[in-house]
Design a protein. Structure first.
Length: 184
């Protein structure tokens, strides 16, 4: 049984090391994986101090990228830790699994990046139609929200500035063009 769980972990989460697949429930329409983190502790996002004192745990339900035409859902048991730093404003915090979850997220990072790519390519309604064909249910406003959440790309500083001007004065028309040389 451990061999099967290890192979499932490698199949579904090849890049995530600190996770264990506890069980798998396969239906005709969906696959549900029971998963939990295997690390001993986590670092507080407020102060960075590592803690192993578990306050509590609860279940999170995350949607993942469809597999073989079936929707995939994760039932992830996460732990809430007590922060060991008395000066930290956070008393407790929840562990986040790098590459899988983000705070308040309802989708895995892989599904989020896939939907963002669909949104960048097609945007609203067309993106929803393509996502539906791929087996991912989403609304057009969510597709647009994922695209808007992307960071602004860096714009390089221009090397040459060109100024074109056109004006009309007392019935006469004239235009000028100027190009500034690059600043060295």
């Amino acid at each position: 049984m451990e061999d099967v769980a290890l192979r499932l972990k490698e199949l579904f989460f090849p890049a995530i090391a600190d996770i264990a697949v506890l069980s798998v429930d396969v239906d005709i329409e969906k696959v549900r994986l029971d998963v939990q983190c295997t690390t001993a502790g986590a670092a507080c996002p407020g102060c960075g101090v590592c803690s192993t004192r578990v306050h509590s745990s609860y279940l999170r339900f995350l949607a993942d990228v469809p597999s073989a035409g079936r929707s995939v859902a994760l039932q992830l048991r996460v732990r809430r830790f007590r922060c060991g730093n008395t000066k930290c404003p956070r008393q407790t915090f929840v562990e986040q699994i790098s590459g899988l979850t983000r705070r308040h997220g309802q989708r895995t990072e892989q599904l989020r990046s896939t939907l963002t790519a669909v949104g960048l390519a097609l945007a609203g309604r067309a993106g929803v139609r393509l996502a539906g064909v791929l087996g991912m249910s989403i609304s057009r406003s969510t597709v647009l929200r994922l695209v808007e959440a992307l960071p602004e790309p860096e714009v390089p500083t221009p090397r040459v500035v060109g100024v074109d001007e056109y004006a009309t004065r007392k019935g006469r028309r004239y235009g000028t063009g100027r190009r500034d040389p690059p600043a060295d």
